[in-house]
Design a protein around this ligand. Structure first.
Ligand code: URA
Length: 245
């Protein structure tokens, strides 16, 4: 059991500075498990704790794990320069928590992006040693050929990389479309691999991470959801036969 004072609980959930959270509590704007609490020193066990702040219900979460269907023209960088940042697609409350994207998608890449404020989780998911595959649907400018697929599978040498990089799986899904699976997340990796193999990436969407698929999440572009323990358990190395790849 972990008892924490209500002002600290509110601050940890992103409701604002400690001072602001105390004023919300003293103004009677906060209920805990259905009861208004106006003493910010009162402490609570955070397990299954439900807050109501103004009229919004909020389940206490020590950390948040979010899946976003990223639209084009948003940047994953913390200091976006040419387009709005992906964090602007989330409620403002999250800007008070240290939420970061897990890895990056290019501004014009769409699809599944994870975000969290759990440092070890971000680190683990970003590490190529963790071997969680990322599945991309790439639209190609030139028709897909067998030679393209076998080149991507056998590996291409990219500028600035010590060794050739290969897809762990790659298959044709349309005249101008492939599904390509990577375990690394190098800068512009799919686009550079396609260019090095003699084609060009016209559009890119990340459709799955491990066994967590965008289609199962059912998110329209720009929509997000919290991930539960069952969904987080899908972020694991994969036997590609299971993915049908
Ligand atoms: N590879 C790319 O080229 N771009 C991305 O956004 C992700 C993978």
């Amino acid at each position: 059991m972990r008892k924490i004072s209500l002002d600290k609980i509110l601050q940890s959930q992103g409701f604002g500075t400690r001072k602001y959270c105390r004023s919300l509590i003293e103004d009677g704007e906060v209920s805990v498990n259905g009861v208004v609490v106006d003493d910010y020193r009162e402490s609570f066990d955070t397990d299954n704790l439900t807050l109501r702040v103004f009229d919004d219900e909020w389940l206490y979460r020590e950390h948040v794990y979010i899946a976003l269907n990223k639209p084009a023209n948003f940047e994953c960088s913390r200091k976006p320069s040419h387009h709005p940042g992906v964090l602007t697609l989330l409620p403002e409350q999250f800007s008070w928590r240290d939420i970061q994207p897990v890895g990056r998608l290019d501004h014009d890449t769409t699809g599944l992006l994870l975000l969290s404020d759990d440092g070890p989780f971000i680190h683990k998911q970003s590490s190529p040693r963790h071997h969680v595959p990322k599945v991309y649907r790439a639209t190609t400018a030139e028709p897909v050929t067998e030679a393209l697929i076998s080149t991507l599978l056998s590996g291409v040498q990219l500028h600035d990389e010590p060794e050739p990089l290969a897809a762990v799986s790659c298959r044709q899904t349309g005249e101008h479309e492939i599904h390509i699976i990577l375990e690394q997340g190098k800068y512009h990796q799919v686009k550079r691999m396609l260019a090095a193999a003699g084609n060009h990436c016209a559009a890119l969407e990340r459709v799955a991470i491990g066994k967590l698929t965008l289609s199962a999440l059912g998110l329209a572009q720009g929509e997000w959801t919290f991930l539960d323990a069952e969904q987080l358990a899908l972020l694991v190395p994969v036997d590609f036969a299971d993915l049908g790849e």
